[in-house]
Design a protein around this ligand. Structure first.
Ligand SMILES: CC(C)(COP(=O)(O)OP(=O)(O)OC[C@H]1O[C@@H](n2cnc3c(N)ncnc32)[C@H](O)[C@@H]1OP(=O)(O)O)[C@@H](O)C(=O)NCCC(=O)NCCS
Length: 179
C-alpha cells in the first residue's frame, strides 16, 4: 500500500551489512529536551505520555543506527515511574542496545530528569523497547548481529536473551488461554 506520505522528502537509507556485527557503544544514544508548559499534565508535572513518546523515539534512534532500516515498535516491556519530572527540568533519555535477534532489537532505556536550578539529577523510569526492522515491503528483515566488547556486555546480552525468552513464553501461554 502506498504511504500517504509517499511524497515527503526523506533522507536516503543504506541498509547495514548483516554480516558485519555492531557493538553496543557504536549505536548508543542520549536525547535531551527541556520540559515546557505544553508538556505538562493537569497537576503541573510532565505528562507521562510525553516521556513515553520520547522513550519510543529515542530508543528508535539506536535501532535505526544498528540496522540502517526503517523500524517499528513491537513491544514496550515496562513503564514504572519512580519520580516525577517537572516543567523546567531537562529530561535525558539514555538508550543502548540490549539484545539483537534475527529481525528484532531490544533497546534498554534509562530516563533521568535534571533540575536546571540545582543540578539535581533524578531517575524517572527505565524500560526496554523492542523494534523490528522492515524491508521495502514492510516485512521483517534481518539485521546485523550484536557483538559484546566486554564481559559485562556479554552478561547483559545473555540476561536480555533469557528475559526475552521468558516474556515470549508468557505471551504464548496467554494467547492459548484467551483465544
Ligand atoms: C512488526 C511486524 C511487522 C512483525 O510482524 P510479525 O508477523 O510479528 O513478524 P515475525 O513473527 O517474523 O516476528 C518478527 C520479530 O519480532 C519478534 N516478536 C514477535 N512478537 C514479539 C513480541 N510480542 N515481543 C517481542 N518480540 C516479538 C519475533 O521474535 C521476531 O524477532 P526475531 O526475528 O529477532 O527472532 C508486525 O507485528 C507489525 O506491523 N506490528 C505493528 C508495528 C507498529 O505499527 N508499531 C507502532 C504502533 S502504532
Amino acid at each position: 500500500m502506498q504511504s500517504p506520505f509517499w511524497n515527503v522528502q526523506q533522507a536516503p537509507v543504506v541498509p547495514a551489512d548483516i554480516n558485519v556485527p555492531k557493538t553496543i557503544p557504536e549505536t548508543a544514544s542520549v536525547t535531551s529536551r527541556l520540559m515546557e508548559v505544553l508538556d505538562s499534565n493537569s497537576h503541573g508535572n510532565v505528562h507521562g505520555g510525553v516521556i513515553m513518546r520520547m522513550v519510543d523515539e529515542s530508543a528508535a534512534i539506536v535501532a535505526i543506527k544498528h540496522s540502517r532500516r526503517p523500524v517499528v515498535t513491537k513491544r514496550i516491556d515496562q513503564f514504572t515511574f519512580i519520580a516525577p519530572a517537572y516543567i523546567g527540568d531537562v529530561v535525558h533519555i539514555h538508550c543502548r542496545m540490549n539484545y539483537v535477534g534475527r529481525t528484532s532489537m531490544e533497546v534498554g532505556v534509562e530516563v533521568l530528569a535534571e533540575s536546571l536550578g540545582t543540578g539535581e539529577i533524578r531517575q524517572i523510569c527505565s524500560s526496554q523497547v523492542v523494534f523490528v526492522a522492515l524491508d521495502e515491503n514492510r516485512r521483517p528483515t534481518p539485521v546485523p548481529p550484536l557483538k559484546a566488547t566486554t564481559p559485562e556486555e556479554q552478561n547483559q546480552i545473555q540476561k536480555a536473551r533469557a528475559r526475552r525468552e521468558r516474556i515470549l513464553q508468557i505471551e504464548q501461554e496467554l494467547e492459548t488461554e484467551f483465544h
